[in-house]
Design a protein. Structure first.
Length: 255
């Protein structure tokens, strides 16, 4: 949502569940986060609430929106990862392609298998699972909550020029995924990312890394499947606190 003015910056995040709040066992419906200018806080909050209320995963009966003013002085400007789109015949071929890319990004076979299995097994993950890129062992202890990346957004200029340069792929789902993937790819100790949506109708997923970019793969799952989530593969020398604090706290703007 490219609408950042540098002086006054607000972080907005939303999470929604059905059957009560997540921490009381509610089923995850939707989440979203962005940075925005003061003038657009209300409009952005409304868009996020609408996203929660009209969702293919179900009818949210718990919606939380948190709005925080953040200091705009100390943000990290980065350019969006380059985007490549790959078509596959079916889910199996899509996952083979994803595995080939992840191997070339430096993720071990074992870690690729563990990551894909974790996503396939979860229909209620609301953040990312952090896995060792060499052993595939899960390193965070967040369970289904996972690690939620926040405080990232597009500058208006970058958003406009990116959309003009990518007319065939400039949906809000893609621009939201790209800002997240770009931040994650620049996080300390992150080697690569694997993602497919937990929305049953959205079957395109992606793999990403800082050197190679954002590779969209269609499909990575079958229609009607509620499984999905995000895996961040990290290096062996990871300092987990440092990595997570970057993902949750550092203000990153695409320029
Ligand atoms: N931080 C960490 N994990 C997150 C975040 C976040 N801010 N947002 C979502 N996730 C995790 C969480 O486990 C969700 O269940 C899962 O990702 C999927 O989220 O190029 O739409 O918003 O065509 O359903 C990728 C392909 C679409 C876009 C991903 O994900 C394209 C998507 P969703
Ligand atoms: Mg979703």
């Amino acid at each position: 949502m490219g609408d950042i003015v540098s002086e006054e910056l607000y972080s907005i995040r939303m999470r929604a569940a059905e059957g009560g709040p997540h921490e009381q066992g509610g089923f995850h419906i939707s989440g979203g986060e962005t940075l925005t200018s003061k003038q657009k806080v209300a409009e952005t909050a409304r868009t996020l609430v609408q996203k929660a209320l009209k969702h293919s995963r179900g009818d949210a009966d718990f919606i939380q929106v948190v709005i925080e003013k953040v200091s705009a002085d100390n943000h990290m400007p980065i350019t969006p990862l380059p985007v490549l789109s790959v078509a596959a015949k079916n889910r199996e071929e899509g996952r083979l392609r994803a595995a080939e890319y992840l191997r070339s990004f430096g993720v071990s076979e074992q870690a690729i298998i563990s990551g894909m299995q974790l996503l396939q097994d979860h229909t209620n993950l609301r953040g990312a699972a952090i896995l060792s890129a060499s052993t595939g062992k899960r390193l965070d202890d967040r369970g289904e909550r996972g690690v939620r990346v926040t405080r990232m957004g597009w500058s208006q200029e970058a958003y406009n020029s990116w959309c003009a340069a990518h007319p065939h792929v400039s949906s809000s789902r893609i621009t939201e995924a790209l800002v997240l993937a770009t931040k994650v790819a620049h996080a300390p100790f992150v080697q690569a990312e694997l993602c497919w949506s937990d929305d049953p109708e959205y079957v395109t997923g992606y793999v990403a890394c800082r050197e190679m970019g954002y590779v969209r793969i269609n499909p990575l799952k079958e229609r009607g499947d509620f499984s999905g989530g995000r895996i961040f593969f990290v290096q062996d020398d990871v300092n987990l606190d440092q990595c997570i604090s970057f993902l949750e706290q550092r203000i990153v703007m695409l320029v």
